[in-house]
Design a protein around this ligand. Sequence first.
Ligand SMILES: Cc1cc2nc3c(=O)[nH]c(=O)nc-3n(C[C@H](O)[C@H](O)[C@H](O)COP(=O)(O)OP(=O)(O)OC[C@H]3O[C@@H](n4cnc5c(N)ncnc54)[C@H](O)[C@@H]3O)c2cc1C
Length: 456
Amino acid sequence: MTALVWFRNDLRCLDHPALSAGVEQGSCRAVYLLCPQQLDEHIIAPIRRQYLRLALDALAAELAALGIPFDIIDAGHFRDVPGVLNRYCQQHRISEIFAHEELLLDEIERDRQCAETLPVPLHLLDDCLLHPKLVCKDNGEPYKVFTPFSRRCRSRLREYWPRCLPRPKPQAAPIKATSAPVFGEEKDATDWPVSERDVLAQLKTFSRERAPDYGRQRDFPAEEGTSRLSAALALGLLSPRQCLARLQLECGDALWDTQSGAGIWFNELLWREFYRQVCYHFPQVVRGRAFKPHTEHLQWRNNREEFAAWQRGETGYPIVDAGMRQLLTTGWMHNRLRMITASFLCKHLHIDWRWGEAHFLAHLIDADFASNNGGWQWAASTGTDAVPYFRIFNPTTQSKRFDADGRFIKRYVPELSDHKGNALHLPPNVKYYPNPIVDHAESRAFTLALFEKLKD
Ligand SMILES: Cc1cc2nc3c(=O)[nH]c(=O)nc-3n(C[C@H](O)[C@H](O)[C@H](O)COP(=O)(O)OP(=O)(O)OC[C@H]3O[C@@H](n4cnc5c(N)ncnc54)[C@H](O)[C@@H]3O)c2cc1C
């Protein structure tokens, strides 16, 4: 009899609890169930589609080197998964299945149906940073605000430091690797590393050379100040435990200092955990609802032409346009710009955050439902943010602060390459570049009125 390791968003061999458990059974094989219909229903960017395919190829090569047969099967939709797995188990005389638990609604339901209908046990193992994975208050309630959550996580991690599992030993001589099929429109993702070796090298370089300065550099989009590991983390080419382990190795105890670069980066990994837990405890956000129910009554203007201008990066606010064009051309956007562009859509154009959330999913290589939803609801003041709705980013002030010399803007908005100073951050009539689509002061006043109305 053979054990089956079911890969999901955990496409790696190192530090993989389910793979280690499968290999321990003596004989195992592995499977990935591609669900193109599910992916289309939930929106997938063409660049992410290619990235996923390349990552599957890289995983297939790793597993082949370990002598583990790996099948990539088109299962269509999540609802078809139990049937497909059932047939697979019979065909290959599978005795048990190992996989990692996921915390989103559809995934939970898929796993429940599998557990109920499969003829063999499905073992769902923990693949989270924290152990046990859910961090609640002393009274058992989930956290709704990040800062106390992160404090609790840190104290827990001080007591229980997660251990990274080694690569499993080969179970047989190397075999021929399978390759993943093309499953829809793709955009070139070959600039993004997919092999475990390259991704780990990226982590090492960042932790050693840039993490100590992360606090000073991370907000400036023209600098290479952040790790750019989000795409790898989203597909699980890397585990958050590996991130912490490497950070500790390179930065030592600075990790625990919340003011140090390493400590601030550690915090970002906790934001990622936080939004996952929010999705688990407050599943209304996965169903497209606001975290704060009363904000469902916000009267968005939802002007389609303004939305299209925002999507194209033609709002007349250079920092917003540069961010939106970075997304369209590269499939990634710097965090500071995600905050500015999202805030602009909701609080300057008064467009429903869900429109922006979907647009990001349609273009991001690192699309991650929980982090994207959390980021959007944060920007729209409908989410977990402790800061009240009247924090409204002024795009011009943000631009002067975080791209003072306009290096980033000029990279993506070449129409402004000859501009500097105020004429760059809020240009007066420029040929070939739009005038500001809305006035900042008027939009701000409108937003305040929108939120004030909620109190009536
Ligand atoms: C509107 C909006 C949408 C977003 N959508 C996504 C998304 O779809 N996928 C995604 O991974 N991140 C998302 N983020 C969070 C953040 O912008 C990205 O994780 C970050 O820009 C990725 O770059 P990096 O890997 O260089 O990050 P680093 O600064 O190096 O951070 C390290 C890791 O920590 C995690 N992280 C960092 N910031 C956050 C955050 N605010 N929330 C949750 N996790 C975080 C990421 O996994 C990231 O790779 C969004 C933020 C906003 C404001």
